[in-house]
Design a protein around this ligand. Structure first.
Ligand code: ADP
Length: 435
């Protein structure tokens, strides 16, 4: 509406200016023709004072000026009261070049005076003047039309704008109300990418909420089992219902369940920390992946021996940008799984190698493997292929979920290859810190 208003005003102003120029030229041409006709009649010469009596009511003012500037005759004004006209631009021009013209604005601003003067053969100057509308008057006379047009356009703009806005907003409003059924909402092309993004975010939020719900339910369930067993054994001892010789075994069970509980709570805390952590809160630094992997292998040597598994490290130096704690956690979880889901006399090889300008971490075992149908799901929270084996070895079902999270935080790529009975290989491709 503002733009419309502004353009109306600008158009009015510029058109007035253009038309005024044309108008000026027309008036001047007319005046010149007029003057030339008057001159050709020969009425206005030195004797004009007598011969031109009675022209006082004319629309034009006719003056006859002597070469020295004295006004000899004027049909409008008493000659006696007029000063010397030799300095008037049109007169001095006519005296010099044969003809002259000039436009002067009158004091009222409402009209402009147009002058045309010609030098006659007898040396006098014949001047014809005419008052005409000034640019202001023309502009003012155009104003009512401009105002009416402006109002009409303004109303039209309002109508169109409100219609356009309604048309633009309708799909958005209906989307806002029924985000779930937004597949059926008719939207215009320009809105499609926006709707797609919103829909995806909405789906993500819903999925996330469902996941959290599932997670809470799972956590409660997982915590309940060891607690029930702790409570049961403790109750037996409390009521002297356990034989003296059974007490150490019961205490062992209580200890085992308590450890499981602690492990689980630790993993849950880690996961929830990873969930809320922003990149700024996880300071990244240049890490020597082979050194961290070597340390992890050294640390897990005892556990490997206990499971009769050979644990080895091989590879070359590789540097990545990462969070030390997280990468250590990742290494620990992968190696720990490779040992726990292994067979006696099995092997675990941890390797760090450069690959296509990136750094590759490989944890390969010759263990029990993961059947195809479970491979997608082992990264889900609390998902276990063999529940009893996981529990017997102190698993929480959260290790690989943590790994997946850390991999995502590091912008790395994870790949799992496994064949039941032959073994599992997990490879993670990190960006090289030196590239
Ligand atoms: P858990 O604490 O039970 O080990 P994880 O999240 O680490 O939980 O692993 C999920 C499941 O994936 C395990 O319960 C196990 O069944 C399977 N899994 C993980 N790593 C291996 C592996 N190296 N070999 C065979 N199965 C594995």
């Amino acid at each position: 509406m503002l733009v419309a208003l502004l353009s109306i005003l600008l158009t009015a102003v510029s058109m007035t200016a253009v038309f005024y120029e044309l108008f000026k030229k027309e008036v001047m041409n007319e005046l010149e023709a007029y003057t030339r006709v008057l001159q050709s009649t020969g009425v206005f010469d030195v004797t004009a004072a007598e011969s031109a009596e009675g022209l006082t009511d004319w629309e034009v003012r006719i003056s006859l000026i002597a070469a020295d500037g004295t006004v000899l005759y004027d049909n409008d004004v008493d000659v006696g009261g007029l000063d010397n006209h030799g300095d008037r631009p049109e007169v001095s021009e006519a005296l010099g070049d044969g003809s002259g013209q000039s436009i002067r604005r009158s004091d009222t601003l409402d009209s402009s005076a147009f002058y045309f003067a010609v030098l006659q053969e007898d040396g006098t100057v014949l001047r014809v003047a005419k008052a005409s509308s000034s640019i202001w008057r023309i502009f003012r006379s155009a104003l009512p039309i401009v105002a009416v047009t402006a109002v009409v356009i303004f109303l039209l703009c309002m109508l169109l704008a409100s219609r356009a806005t309604r048309a633009l907003m309708a799909p958005i409003d209906s989307l806002a109300e029924h985000l779930d059924e937004c597949d059926d909402t008719p939207v215009y092309n320009e809105l499609v990418p926006f709707v797609r993004t919103i829909r995806k975010q909405h789906d993500d939020i819903m999925k996330n909420a469902r996941m959290r719900q599932d997670f809470t339910a799972n956590v409660s369930h997982e915590l309940k089992t060891p607690l029930t067993s702790i409570s049961g054994y403790a109750e037996l001892i409390e009521h002297h219902m356990a034989a003296e010789k059974d007490i150490p075994r019961f205490a062992g069970e209580i200890h085992c369940s308590a450890t499981r509980l602690l492990n689980m709570i630790n993993d849950i805390i880690k996961l929830s920390e990873l969930d809320v952590m922003t990149p700024a809160e996880a300071p990244m630094e240049r890490l020597s992946l082979h050194l961290l992997a070597q340390n992890c292998v050294d640390m897990l040597q005892v556990s490997a021996e206990k499971h009769q598994v050979t644990l080895r490290f091989e590879g070359e130096p590789g540097y990545i940008n990462g969070n030390k704690e997280m990468v250590e956690e990742l290494l620990y979880n992968l190696c720990d799984n490779a040992i726990r889901y292994n067979n006696p006399d099995g092997n675990v090889t941890v390797a760090v190698r450069p690959r296509d300008g990136k750094v590759l971490l490989v944890v390969a075992d010759t263990g029990i493997g993961i059947p195809k149908i479970h491979q997608e799901r082992v990264f889900e929270r609390f998902y276990r292929v063999d529940k009893s084996r996981s529990k017997a070895t102190g698993g929480t079902g959260l290790g690989l979920a943590i790994v997946k999270h850390i991999v995502a935080q590091h912008g790395a790529q994870l790949e799992l290859k496994s064949e039941p009975g032959e073994g599992t290989t997990i490879t993670i491709l990190f960006e090289n810190a030196d590239k």
